[in-house]
Design a protein around this ligand. Structure first.
Ligand code: HEC
Length: 407
């Protein structure tokens, strides 16, 4: 709800050639235009950084997040823009109160029954039953809907944003389910708001006719005739809002300013609380659990019950009586599944050294002493998951007692 346009400006540059389009009507004052620029930039920043987080799998999001320096800085930028928008919103509430109570500007943004009539007239016009569009005042029904969509949307985003920003505080009062619910609502409202701006706002303000009044503050007479004929009539007949005398304004300000100061403090404290109660990420807030070492099983994996069939028979007599010549291959065939490709019981027969070294219960091979070798002991017990034939075991014992030569 803004100051009713009242100034009729005649550009001093070319008064001689003045035509209808060179008469301008004041529409938005500087503070409103600055407010709009802040709203525009914070909204756009929030939209870009927010949607990139919502649609994190999209290559566009990846590009945006990388361009902004990673997910952490994207979130920080989102939070800063939210902080700015919060202040813009508080400012807007105070500015509206000022216009209503001090300047006593009429409630031109309020939806009225008349708006339904305008909508009906416009539909009639679009369907060819009427020659002109509806007789709008300062704001038409489409502008009112858009305004309240922004108000309502901002409230929703602030509430759900607070819940996600401060989940621990929120869940002291509400059940935990509200956090994911807030996230869903925040994201859905974001899509709605961004689409409303891209489709609705862009069409009405930029495509239908490029309406620059929010930047220049002015509308031409022709634009006024087409878009705000009822308001133009009020201005021309002198029935529009007039700025009250300065002494009246000052008197009203004396009541307004203290109230505004208190409200400003309350809202301001609210915003500060909003962004400071909890650190920017709940992950750092939650107290750490106890530290425990990773579980390492002491008992070996359950014994496999049978050994796979050897890939090929190793002829004991063929090669030399050495690790390289015979036994490496024999063990690989008979024991490989569990002691070459893996090392069950800590015992690996992959190399000569590891075979000597043995597993968790001692040296696998003791050169010159077959009976002290774990390998022989295990095999002689006769119930090992992988077994040498009696003949092979005798050959192994002989080789070990001969000093278990490697080559
Ligand atoms: C199917 C799997 C399997 C095959 C094949 C197998 N073993 Fe084992 N082996 C084991 C398991 C399981 C253990 C651990 C037993 C335990 O801890 O009680 C083990 C332990 C051993 C150990 C004791 C290691 C230590 O230090 O505790 C030796 C020695 C051994 N095997 C030798 C052999 C030899 C020689 C062959 C080939 C003839 C063979 N194993 C084939 C499963 C196998």
């Amino acid at each position: 709800m803004d100051e009713q346009g009242q100034t009729l400006e005649q550009p001093s540059s070319e008064p001689a050639h003045a035509t209808a389009s060179q008469v301008f009507y004041h529409r938005f004052d500087l503070s409103q235009r600055i407010e709009h620029i802040l709203l525009l930039t914070s909204f756009t920043t929030l939209g870009i950084t927010g949607l990139a987080q919502k649609f994190i799998d999209s290559p566009i999001s990846l590009f945006v997040i990388q361009a902004l320096g990673g997910i952490e800085s994207t979130r920080r930028i989102h939070h800063i823009a939210a902080f700015v928008l919060a202040w813009v919103s508080v400012y807007h509430v105070l500015a509206v109160l000022y216009r209503l109570t001090v300047l006593r500007v009429p409630l031109t943004m309020m939806p009225l029954i008349e708006d339904f009539k305008h909508l009906f007239d416009d539909l009639a016009y679009y369907f060819g039953f009427r020659k002109t569009r509806a007789y709008y005042g300062r704001y038409n029904y489409a502008e009112k809907v858009e305004y309240f969509a922004v108000v309502w949307g901002t409230i929703i985003m602030a509430i759900t944003g607070f819940m996600m920003w401060n989940p621990l505080t929120t869940t002291q009062f509400l059940p935990g389910e509200v956090i994911p619910a807030a996230k869903a609502a925040h994201g859905a409202e974001a899509v709605l708001a961004v689409l409303a701006i891209i489709i609705w706002h862009t069409y009405h303000v930029h495509f239908k006719r490029f309406n620059r009044s929010m930047f220049t503050g002015k509308l031409s007479e022709q634009e006024m005739e087409e878009d705000h004929p009822a308001e133009l009539e009020l201005i021309e007949t002198g029935n529009n809002w007039q700025r009250p005398p300065e002494d009246v304004i000052r008197r009203r300000q004396r009541t307004f300013l203290p109230v505004a100061a208190v409200l400003g403090l309350v809202f301001g404290a609210g915003i500060i609380a909003f962004v400071t109660i909890e650190p920017a990420t709940a992950i750092t807030t939650v107290t750490r659990g106890e530290t425990a070492s990773v579980f390492v099983p002491v008992t070996p994996t359950p014994r496999p019950t049978s050994a796979p069939t050897p890939t090929s028979e190793v002829s004991l007599s063929a090669g030399p009586n050495t690790w390289d010549g015979t036994y490496a291959e024999l063990f690989s065939n008979r024991c490989g599944t569990c002691h070459v490709r893996t090392a069950v019981g800590g015992f690996s027969l992959a190399t000569y050294q590891s075979a000597l070294q043995g597993g968790i219960s001692g040296p696998g091979i003791v050169p010159g002493n077959a009976q002290a070798s774990k390998l022989v002991q295990v095999q002689e017990e006769g119930n090992h998951p992988g077994r040498l034939t009696a003949e092979e075991l005798q050959a192994v014992i002989g080789w070990i007692n001969a000093g278990a030569p490697e080559q």
